[in-house]
Design a protein around this ligand. Structure first.
Ligand SMILES: Cc1cc2nc3c(=O)[nH]c(=O)nc-3n(C[C@H](O)[C@H](O)[C@H](O)COP(=O)(O)O)c2cc1C
Ligand code: SF4
Ligand code: SF4
Length: 441
């Protein structure tokens, strides 16, 4: 039976699932309830000089009937007094000594940083997370993402914290930067014990097109906020991978961004995260999702023969290469299973207008099952992604697998296009219809 316990940079927890700093960790009441239901840890709603929030403060992006595929907020750090949070933190630790309580912090001066670090240590926190990520409101005050965007400032503040920290320190990074590994390296140089990512992505969730104001609306106005939820997962996965692969980072990673179920969590772990934090999914579905998370993860580990989380942290990383290392000779073609096909012809229109005109319709209008023209098919995957029937279009390998050659190798062999009209252009291998054919259809 899989053991879900983790030791994340010295912070022990019964499982890798932690509540990310946000509304679900606003109070001891919520965190106690979450631990009682099975959560392994919680990063307390960011503590600092308490703020005053606006209403409304959230916006959601719905997509074709699915609510909140993306979520946006203009909320700031805690609006509760430090003394109340610390008292509740102590209480939580008293009842749940084996669960991870991490204090998220955001203040300004060296004196404030060192004071609040000492306060949360005295309250029994197991770790500290430095919030260098919030992309709205706090950054205008010189905190949050403006620190995360300046590696040198991040390094200086982290050093202030490390001078007094007796418990592990996690630096939370902002995705609002072109190269996430730069602040990650700064965290490492400053002696931080771990990093967590991502915080929210600066965004406007939408515009009220009748009243000419963006969401969420505060009276008649609005402002940019932070984007999170399922839609940001691909961005977060890429940034986690970048940090995990970078030779000068080499810190434990807590993966955050769009996790809703155990599969999402496994993806983060396979790309190098050794704990996973969740905010939006809890705001959407409540603490009860922990049952799916822990049981699903346990079953996944059992079925793959992993007895501990450590055994598969980063297991997908060796397979993530640069583009120039990929095999250009690998060739796949689409195949339609005529028994499964429902004749919707969505694949035809997608390939005809949006890809390579490699799907043909029958002259007999009663036969709605399309055919693949293998010669034109470039194996892009589009039709198989579009097809509404599971496994109806599959991609079949056509090359013999014996002659792998990457762009890098072809460049070294002088076998790549280098001029505008080069005969080595990849597109010469499949035919493109004459433009006038378009008007005959
Ligand atoms: C309403 C809201 C408030 C948040 N407040 C904080 C905060 O106080 N401190 C912090 O570090 N992150 C905060 N976050 C960011 C989350 O911790 C998390 O990094 C982000 O939402 C991505 O994870 P998710 O997709 O699971 O929500 C907040 C997020 C939301 C939605
Ligand atoms: S999209 Fe799928 S189901 Fe629809 S016609 Fe194409 S192969 Fe058939
Ligand atoms: S894989 Fe791409 S090119 Fe081939 S048939 Fe499908 S959409 Fe067309």
């Amino acid at each position: 039976m899989a053991n879900l316990e983790i030791n994340f940079a010295g912070i022990k927890a019964p499982n890798p699932f932690w509540l990310a700093s946000g509304p679900p960790t606003n109070s001891g009441y919520q965190i106690m309830k979450a631990f009682d239901q099975g959560w392994g840890g919680a990063v307390w709603k960011t503590l600092g000089v308490p703020v005053v929030n606006v209403s409304s403060r959230y916006g959601g992006m719905n997509h074709r009937g699915t609510r909140v595929v993306g979520f946006n907020n203009i909320e700031l750090i805690t609006d509760r007094r430090l003394c109340d949070n610390l008292r509740e933190m102590e209480e939580v630790k008293k009842h749940f000594p084996n669960h991870a309580v991490i204090a998220s912090l955001m203040v300004q001066t060296k004196k404030e940083w060192q004071q609040i670090v000492s306060d949360v240590q005295n309250a029994g926190a197991d770790g500290i997370e430095l919030n260098f990520g919030c992309p709205h409101g706090m950054c205008e005050r010189g905190m949050g993402s403006v620190v995360g965007q300046e590696p040198e400032v991040l390094e200086t503040i982290t050093r202030w914290v490390m001078e007094v920290a007796k418990i592990p320190v996690v630096v939370k990074l902002t995705p609002n930067i072109s190269d996430i590994t730069k602040p990650a390296q700064a965290a490492r140089r400053a002696g931080a014990n771990a990093i967590s990512l991502i915080n929210t992505i600066q965004s406007l969730i939408g515009v009220d097109i009748d009243n000419f104001v963006t969401y969420p609306v505060v009276e008649n106005h609005s402002t940019n906020g932070g984007y999170c939820g399922p839609a940001v997962k691909p961005i977060a996965l890429n940034m986690v991978k970048n940090c995990a692969q970078h030779p000068l980072v080499r810190l434990p990673i807590s993966g955050i961004g769009g996790v809703e179920n155990w599969r999402d969590a496994v993806e983060f772990i396979l790309l190098g995260a050794s704990s996973v934090q969740i905010c939006t999914a809890v705001m959407h579905y409540g603490f009860g999702i922990i049952r799916d998370l822990t049981s699903g993860l346990g079953q996944y580990m059992d079925s793959h023969g992993f007895s501990t989380i450590d055994q598969f942290v980063g297991k997908a990383l060796p397979n993530v290469k640069t583009w120039e290392e990929l095999n250009l000779n690998y060739s796949i073609k689409a195949t339609i299973d005529s028994k499964k096909c429902i004749g919707c012809q969505l694949c035809y229109i997608a390939c005809e207008d949006g890809a390579h005109q490699a799907i043909e319709l029958n002259d007999d209008k009663n036969d709605r099952i399309p055919r693949i023209n293998e010669e034109n098919c470039v194996g892009c995957n589009l039709c198989s992604l579009i097809c509404p029937v599971e496994n109806c279009i599959t991609m079949i390998r056509k090359d013999d697998g014996k002659q792998s050659q990457s762009w890098k190798q072809r460049t070294e062999a002088n076998h790549v296009p280098t001029t505008f009209n080069d005969e080595l252009a990849g597109g010469l291998s499949h035919s493109v219809p004459d433009p006038m054919e378009a008007l005959k259809k």
